[in-house]
Design a protein around this ligand. Structure first.
Ligand SMILES: Cc1cc2nc3c(=O)[nH]c(=O)nc-3n(C[C@H](O)[C@H](O)[C@H](O)COP(=O)(O)OP(=O)(O)OC[C@H]3O[C@@H](n4cnc5c(N)ncnc54)[C@H](O)[C@@H]3O)c2cc1C
Length: 304
């Protein structure tokens, strides 16, 4: 047993520690090399101790939610990948609305189902996003014109020194697929969202319509990280990619979906290099033919 393992066992339940773990098991793209260590954190205290350990020993620590908006490169991730599995929630009914405080490891579809069971409206359009609450706040995830910023009231986060802070809506600095957390080391612990009482049948119907639209339009039958590129003002990027004749363009096991040109998919056995080659080619062709610069929405982690 190496030193890191011996130390990690003192901090985290040993069933939640995985050495040389393939990141293909933990990302929706189902690609990526190994993380030196992959750990699941179920308690805030564990996270605090892990951060302290990583800092003291200079071990890089990467935070991961459900891995649905990341591409891990084929060389994997050095140090520790920390999968946030904080999963509690509480509900507080007040006069002006119903407040759900939810830990960051809860998946959005689960949260949407909690809201449905409580007949609360406000999350129907976000219910099909496969990420965690933490990942969704980090990215200001959104769908069908709705974004996390429409329901978030406040969040608690931990900095790398283990200090905990709380911020209100304004301080999240939400923009399109961006928040105050983007590009920082801070770790979202929990978020309070505000919903309104609604009619359970209506909520259920909206959620179903939303999921049906996704099934109809998106290549959900293949692994992906959702929309590969960011939307641009007044430009539908997937339409531009389609008009450039790129649908079906393939490198190895990675291809631009023929169903939705905004998605790069893993058609089988893709490597991260295959996916990045499709990304580069797409960027080049779109620039050459339409003079438009397109940027990645997904986050690339790890090394070649
Ligand atoms: C089929 C499919 C459909 C999708 N549809 C949509 C859509 O409609 N709209 C949309 O916006 N997105 C969509 N996505 C992308 C993705 O689901 C969202 O961006 C989601 O919010 C990412 O959450 P995650 O937990 O998977 O984050 P991850 O992919 O695990 O991480 C994303 C980033 O968030 C950071 N992060 C995660 N948790 C925390 C935390 N607790 N504290 C601090 N940082 C954290 C990570 O470090 C990383 O930088 C889709 C993806 C797929 C595969």
């Amino acid at each position: 047993m190496t030193d890191i393992e011996t130390d990690l066992i003192k901090i985290i339940n040993k069933n939640n520690i995985f050495k040389n773990e393939s990141m293909s098991k933990h990302t929706s793209f189902k690609v990526g090399g190994n993380a030196d260590y992959f750990v699941k954190v179920e308690k805030v205290e564990e996270l605090k101790n892990l951060l302290e350990y990583a800092k003291e020993n200079n071990v890089p620590l990467t935070i991961l939610g459900n891995g649905t908006n990341v591409l891990v490169k084929d060389g994997g991730i050095r140090g520790i990948v920390c999968n946030i599995e904080l999963s509690n929630y509480s509900i507080d009914r007040k006069e002006d609305g119903v407040y759900i405080t939810v830990e960051s490891g809860v998946a959005l579809p689960r949260l949407a189902n909690i809201a449905l069971n409580e007949s609360l409206t406000g999350l129907e359009y976000l219910s099909g996003i496969p990420g965690t609450v933490g990942g969704a706040v980090y990215m200001n995830a959104g769908a069908f014109g709705n974004e996390m910023k429409d329901v978030v009231v406040s969040s608690k986060y931990m900095d790398r020194n283990g200090n905990i802070y709380e911020i209100g809506l304004e301080d999240h600095k939400f923009e399109y697929r961006k928040s105050v957390f983007s590009g920082t080391d801070n770790i979202i612990l929990e978020t309070t969202i505000k919903l309104q009482p609604g009619n359970q049948d209506d909520i259920k119907l909206k959620m179903k319509e939303n999921l049906d639209k996704r099934v109809e339009k998106q290549p959900l039958e293949y692994p992906s990280a959702g929309s590969t590129f960011k939307r641009k003002e007044n430009i539908i990027v997937s339409k531009v990619i389609d008009e450039c004749g790129l649908k079906g363009f393939r490198v190895g096991g990675a291809a631009i979906s023929t169903k939705h040109a905004g998605f790069i998919i893993n058609v089988g056995g893709a490597t991260a290099s295959d996916i990045l080659a499709v990304v580069e080619h797409t960027k080049e062709v779109v620039k050459e033919k339409c003079d438009i610069d397109i940027d990645l929405e997904m986050i690339v982690l790890g090394e070649d």
